[in-house]
Design a protein around this ligand. Structure first.
Ligand code: C5P
Length: 231
């Protein structure tokens, strides 16, 4: 398994490319993986992703596609052409969409397709509201299995579900875990949060950390805290 610092993906949730780049520079060579989500992609465009790739950073392009298979395939193809290392597809879109994503990623051997299970802000009553019966855990497991069966290399899931997923999924499956809070930090709006140590012990392969680093008084110190907090 790669070193601790390579397992931390810093979420660049900014409304402006210059602010995001400033953080990348502050973190320096220690940080090699960054998540670009819909906000930054919309604000700063694909050229921001290219700039990260050109600086030898790995980019998790969090497209969260929930679309017809043809459109999912097109988005994954564009992500691969841009040089992204990871891309997300909503598993709730079903196996046809997941299969299309996996096929579209074939020309890009370094591109990992991740299935999104249940976003960490949702609880059981949020699921019921959209017609999904049962617990969050059951839904995460159902969607994670669908993702793996479709040939995706990994899933996104919170620490609370990671332990079950590690038991139930093939061992090579990557589990990417958001909802991370540093020791002593305050929880933001996430329902299912954990420390880096707890997430790794539960079986996470990669951790996605946003505000605990980007909003820290000293982001580099927060990043190093996260690295050193890993077992
Ligand atoms: O909370 P934090 O700033 O660390 O969030 C980092 C990333 O984790 C976000 O970009 C988002 O994709 C994901 N997240 C999530 N559920 C939340 C909040 C954030 O999956 N409730």
């Amino acid at each position: 398994m790669s070193t601790s610092k390579n397992r931390i993906i810093v979420a660049l949730d900014y409304d402006d490319g210059d602010k995001a780049w400033n953080l990348v520079e502050q973190l320096g060579d220690e940080a090699c993986c960054f998540k670009v989500g819909l906000q930054l992609l919309t604000a700063a465009g694909p050229q921001f992703v290219r700039k990260l790739v050109d600086a030898n950073k790995r980019v998790f392009l969090d497209l969260k596609t929930f679309e017809i298979p043809n459109s999912v395939a097109g988005a994954v193809d564009s992500a691969g052409a841009l040089g992204a290392s990871m891309v997300t597809v909503h598993a709730s879109g079903g196996s046809k969409a997941l299969n299309a994503a996996v096929k579209a990623a074939e020309p890009y051997p370094d591109l990992i397709v991740l299935g999104l299970t249940v976003v960490t802000s949702m609880n059981e009553s949020d699921l019921a509201e959209v017609g999904v019966r049962g617990s969050v855990k059951e839904q995460v497991l159902r969607l994670a299995k669908l993702t793996v069966d479709a040939g995706c290399q990994g899933v996104v899931a919170s620490t609370l579900e990671t332990q079950v997923l590690r038991r139930e999924l093939p061992k090579e499956t990557l589990i990417v875990t958001p909802g991370i809070q540093l020791d002593g930090g305050k929880s933001n709006d996430q329902e299912r949060v954990a420390t880096p140590k707890a997430a790794i012990q539960a079986g996470a392969s990669y951790l996605v950390i946003g505000r605990a680093i980007t909003k820290a008084l000293d982001p580099k110190a927060a990043f190093l805290d996260a690295v050193n907090g890993m077992p």
